[in-house]
Write a protein that binds this ligand. Structure first.
Ligand SMILES: Nc1ncnc2c1ncn2[C@@H]1O[C@H](COP(=O)(O)OP(=O)(O)OP(=O)(O)O)[C@@H](O)[C@H]1O
Ligand SMILES: [Mg+2]
Length: 165
């Protein structure tokens, strides 16, 4: 991985992961791209839901399972939530006109972004959720920044997450 590793925290329980998403929502800006990695059930959608709440969306954010991307309007910023898990071929993302999302006025969250790395803009925030052996309710949350904007965002997120002091 060639990103600058910005830091890592643990969450204990789903609520803490959701809260971290809410806190990121307060920091993100138009055009920001946040990639969410980690295995099945690691917490990516839960975190995305927290981002949606933090942006002030009225409804919940659910995984866009059968469509590749779902758009949420009505919050502080538009939210584009992609999930590439069922993508057979990265070319499908090209067909979707994905660049309009990455370079649009909203914020893009990409679950399973590691599957489409060659298509991603280099500058982005990556968050990886990992299971902690023997601790079902804990997750290791690693935050990586690619590019100056995201080093700042990562530092701000770690600050409000209670670490990085
Ligand atoms: N600390 C934690 N953080 C996040 N989720 C947790 C935590 N502890 C337990 N969980 C549980 O793990 C599950 C996470 O589900 P979620 O849908 O967010 O995963 P996902 O990474 O989006 O999976 P998928 O790859 O299938 O889309 C939920 O059932 C949640 O209750
Ligand atoms: Mg999910």
């Amino acid at each position: 991985m060639d990103g600058d590793v910005a830091g890592a925290i643990y969450t204990t329980g789903p609520e803490e992961t959701r809260e971290l998403g809410r806190r990121l929502a307060a920091l993100i800006q138009p055009g920001d791209l946040v990639v969410l990695n980690g295995g099945l059930g690691a917490g990516k959608t839960l975190f995305a839901g927290g981002v949606g709440q933090g942006l002030g969306l009225s409804g919940p954010v659910s995984s866009p399972t059968f469509i590749l991307v779902r758009e949420y309007q009505g919050g502080r910023l538009p939210l584009y939530h992609m999930d590439t898990y069922r993508l057979d071929d990265p070319a499908e993302l090209v067909d979707l006109g994905y660049e309009e999302y990455f370079y649009g006025p909203g914020v893009t969250l990409v679950e399973w972004g590691e599957r489409v790395v060659p298509l991603l803009p280099r500058e982005r925030l990556e968050i990886r959720f990992s299971f902690v052996p023997g601790q079902d309710e804990d997750r290791l949350v690693e935050i990586m920044a690619f590019g100056g904007r995201y080093r700042k965002l990562a530092a701000e997120l770690l600050e409000v997450a209670g670490v990085g002091h």
